[in-house]
Write a protein that binds this ligand. Structure first.
Ligand code: ADP
Length: 481
């Protein structure tokens, strides 16, 4: 099985979020199942610097306003196809915007070009290689499936993964004439979206199958509350919609070998976590005592429920827990958290910033991690928490609900509980979960049982890769003879 993946991000080359982790890890896990993936990515400066140009596999005299070419490269165990289009991708800043954080005004053109190249490869533009299936990720590559549908690769099976429905790639109708699609595509069942052009919408319409990164999120996006205006279309495609949870890199995230920890440990020797906890106390200027430390590692945004954390900070301190927060994001939330730390010196510590190493130490030293997301397509920090014995206390939504087993009486007596769940919409629910967690913490054998059960959970890519492989097979079987 030969897969063409099309993505705007791939770990370890270019990452702004969980999407990059998926596109970087999935090909390696699929390879073990006999599925080969070649991944088409934009030739951003960091990408162009990472490989030596050989002969191009395909050349464009003009692609969205300039010369372009497709090169191949092997990096970090990944087979890459790189779209070199200097007029679109050779510029300073991030993958989507300049250094000040403003989106590039021609993002529609940049990702239409990526998508056109994807559809051309699906149609045989590269000599000697035609994919059996095309897998696009998020709005930036979703148009690949529209170009396939209205072009030569109309019979090639395809799937679109939605990592977060909040990002849709919506543009004015004026761009349509420059997309190079037939006039018929500007229709309700094509790329047209509220009078303009919707890239994600077009992909949802054209994909043979749609996946999102957890079964619960797949159900949630069928409702107006989570559907972000697309729930009608998602419902129309419900029979082709699948939820497959993300895995994590269990080698980078392994408490037995993690070099970011002060002390390594396994489920059989959880006492060793204490040395990590002492290091967390120092780093966050927390008092040294026996009370639990509950941590947060997160973008500080409304989606992540960080306003709920702020609102419950005093309550958490009153309940006797210490709180350690690592994150950055909305200035107002950063300020409110820092004010909380000033109010509760020694009980609440806040580090504003992005610190990969510290995030590992926190998972290895804190007792619990709280994740109050309003919506969460999959979520990774609860998976790290499970693997590190840092008990997840999570909102019952999306991937959080799918990966954490609430420590209710039934789950405790069956020996399957791995964390605590609450409902962000219900007043008091957050603090009720914190109280249930502190009560469990006060009974050491209960607490360590919850930690060990979490550490037994399979959070690797293996299971999920098998699901993607099965989906690919079922789609290829549907291909007309
Ligand atoms: P999202 O992609 O929506 O931000 P996820 O939970 O899927 O949320 O992934 C977030 C990733 O970013 C995790 O790997 C988490 O550890 C990491 N992360 C978030 N904030 C920070 C931070 N301030 N410092 C270090 N790592 C962070």
């Amino acid at each position: 099985m030969q897969v063409l993946a099309v993505t705007p991000e791939i770990y370890p080359l270019i990452k702004t979020g969980g999407l990059a982790d998926v596109t970087g890890a999935l090909p390696l896990a699929l390879a073990k199942l006999g599925v080969s993936t070649r991944t088409l990515i934009p030739g951003y400066p960091v990408v162009m610097k990472a490989f030596k140009k050989g002969r191009p596999l395909h050349k464009y005299a003009a692609l969205q306003g300039g010369k372009a070419a497709i090169y191949k490269a092997s990096l970090a165990g990944l087979d890459l196809l790189i779209l070199d289009a200097p007029h679109l991708f050779e510029r300073p800043g991030g993958p989507y915007g300049d250094a000040t954080g403003s989106d590039f005004p021609d993002n529609w053109r940049r990702f239409a070009a990526l998508s056109q190249a994807g559809a051309d490869i699906a149609a045989g533009a590269i000599k000697g290689w035609v994919p059996d299936i095309v897998h696009a990720h998020d709005w930036q590559s979703a148009m690949t499936l529209a170009y396939m549908r209205y072009g030569a690769a109309v019979t090639t099976p395809s799937t679109l993964t939605v990592h977060n429905l909040a990002f849709q790639g919506q543009f004015g109708a004026g761009i349509f004439a420059e997309l190079g699609l037939p006039a018929a595509a500007m229709s309700l069942d094509g790329v047209e979206y509220y009078g303009g052009v919707g890239f994600l919408k077009a992909g949802l319409q054209a994909a043979w199958a749609i996946t999102t990164v957890s079964p619960t999120y797949a159900q949630e996006i069928r409702t107006p509350d989570f559907g972000m205006g697309l729930d009608g279309l998602v419902n129309m495609r419900a029979s082709d919609l699948h939820g497959i949870v993300n895995g994590i890199d269990v080698e980078t995230w392994d408490p037995e070998t993690d070099r970011h920890l002060v002390a390594n440990y396994s489920a059989a020797a959880l006492e060793a976590r204490r040395a990590n906890r002492n290091a967390v106390e120092k780093r966050f200027s927390l008092e040294h005592d026996e009370s639990p430390i509950i941590c947060v590692v997160s973008r500080l945004t409304w989606q992540k429920g960080m306003d709920l954390l702020v609102a419950n900070l005093d309550g958490m301190v009153a309940a006797g827990v210490r709180v350690a927060v690592l994150g950055s994001g909305d200035a107002a939330l950063e300020g409110a958290l820092l004010a909380g730390a000033a109010r509760h010196r020694g009980r609440v510590g806040v580090v504003i910033g992005y610190d990969e190493s510290l995030s590992h130490l926190m998972q290895g030293g804190c007792d619990a991690i709280v994740i109050p997301s309003r919506f969460e397509p999959c979520g990774l920090t609860q998976l790290y928490g499970l693997r590190y014995g840092c008990v997840p206390i999570v909102a019952r939504t999306g991937g959080l609900a799918d990966t954490v087993i609430d420590a209710n009486e039934a789950a405790l007596s069956a020996g399957v509980a791995t964390g605590f769940e609450f409902d962000t919409a219900q007043p008091g629910s957050f603090m009720h979960a914190i109280s249930r967690a502190t009560a469990a913490y006060a009974a050491p054998s209960t607490w360590s049982a919850i930690q060990r059960q979490g550490m037994k959970a399979d959070v690797s890519w293996d299971r999920s890769a098998r699901k993607y492989a099965d989906l690919y097979k079922s789609l290829v079987a549907r291909k007309p003879a």
